[in-house]
Write a protein that binds this ligand. Structure first.
Ligand code: FE2
Length: 385
């Protein structure tokens, strides 16, 4: 076996009540955190809940609750200013993927010179950042356990992928209580994002044994519980399973990498401002149909994890059955198509050339077991309309 490196936060609190259980540890991380979040988290009382816990431990905080859209270089700049002005010494991110990605970038930029765009790509960051606690309120991105952050470069309309071991949050808190009020459409999109992470990690050229365990476990949970949690958002067991699955999928792709779907979905997000989970989900079926020929045995294992009896099937037939199940799951939780999102088909295809170029430049498609050309990527965009 080749040697591998497996990275994760130093502690992960998970399960119902994990937020309350983690607060002693959070309060011990420093003197004063900057809480990075959005207006909704403030309005629904989650910020107050966190603040009350911190105050009981004698910890004061400052609040940056403006990360209301995808994280941009402008939010990062503002967060750095607030962090310095209020003399904070660690960060707590509370919310979906956006506040978490913003906080990770702020933490890095406190200790590194220049601008965030200087660090686009992998392994460019030289200094460890400020400690980050990541508390997700959706079950999807897995950002709480990963070495990646995606920040929009607002001047060039590019979603920058920044990856480094220094980006991994110090502590992740996966409390499904915080996901109970997520509406069905976001539950579906974030759940399919998590499934995409697990499937891509398992079939990546950079797959590795420890990450495989997390990926297959995540796929099993999502195929069993996503429909249930979509239909009944107050199902505590299903919420808990999905939260765990999203974290497992994050652990998997953090160490094995994502592939073609994420590579192709980021340009859609950047140019058409489609939420991340949706832009992945609309591409998933056509991308998988393309990719299975590269590594049918691994796609067959995914089919088995989803409940397909593969004993009398060739690896390719089993892989195709698995892709059918994934397509059915997307349809059952009402994932839209690109035209269903209100995007004009001609407008979309006019930008396909730039999107394909940006997708390849991100490096993710090259991790796919079947390496796509620019023309093939454009074809997959067309097939996903
Ligand atoms: Fe994702």
């Amino acid at each position: 076996m080749n040697s591998h490196r497996f990275l994760s936060p130093s502690a992960i609190y998970y399960g119902m009540g994990a937020l309350d259980a983690s607060c002693d540890k959070l309060a011990s991380l420093g003197r004063k955190p900057l809480i990075v979040t959005d207006q909704i988290m403030t309005d629904i009382g989650y910020v107050d809940r966190l603040a009350k816990n911190l105050k009981e431990k004698g910890t004061e905080y400052s609040l940056f609750n403006e990360v209301n859209t995808e994280p941009t270089d402008q939010y990062v700049e503002k967060g750095i200013q607030l962090f310095k002005k209020n003399k904070c010494d660690f960060l707590i991110a509370l919310g979906g993927g956006s506040p978490i990605d913003a906080a990770k970038a702020i933490g890095i930029m406190i200790n590194n010179p220049g601008e965030i765009k200087d660090y686009m790509g992998l392994g460019k960051i030289k200094q460890e950042g400020i400690p980050v606690v990541a508390i997700p309120t959706t079950a999807g991105t897995g950002s709480e356990v990963t070495q990646f952050t995606i920040i929009a470069d607002t001047k060039n309309d590019v979603k920058m992928l920044i990856g480094s071991e220094y980006v991994i949050p110090k502590i992740a808190v996966d409390d499904p209580v915080l996901t109970m009020s997520v509406p069905p459409n976001i539950t579906a999109a974030t759940g399919i994002d998590a499934l995409t992470h697990a499937v891509e990690a398992y079939t990546s050229r950079r797959h590795q044994p420890l990450a495989d365990i997390f990926a297959l476990s995540s796929i099993k949970r999502i195929s069993r519980y996503l429909r249930r949690v979509w239909a009944n958002g107050d199902d505590e067991e299903a919420r808990s399973e999905m939260m765990l699955a999203a974290m497992e999928a994050g652990m998997a792709f953090n160490n094995s990498s994502v592939t073609i779907v994420h590579g192709m979905s980021r340009p859609i997000g950047a140019l058409f401002h489609v939420p991340h989970g949706i832009s992945n989900a609309v591409l998933l079926p056509a991308c998988l149909e393309y990719a299975i020929m590269g590594i049918p045995e691994r796609f067959a294992a995914i089919a088995e994890a989803m409940g397909v009896n593969t004993s009398n099937l060739s690896p390719l037939s089993a892989a195709q059955e698995g892709v059918k199940l994934i397509k059915q799951l997307c349809a059952d939780v009402e994932i839209p198509t690109i035209s269903g999102l209100g995007i004009d088909k001609d407008e979309f295809m006019k930008k396909a050339d730039k999107m394909a170029t940006d997708a390849l430049a991100s490096g993710s498609p090259n991790n796919t077991a079947r390496k796509p050309s620019k023309e093939e990527i454009i074809k997959i965009y067309k097939k996903s309309l």
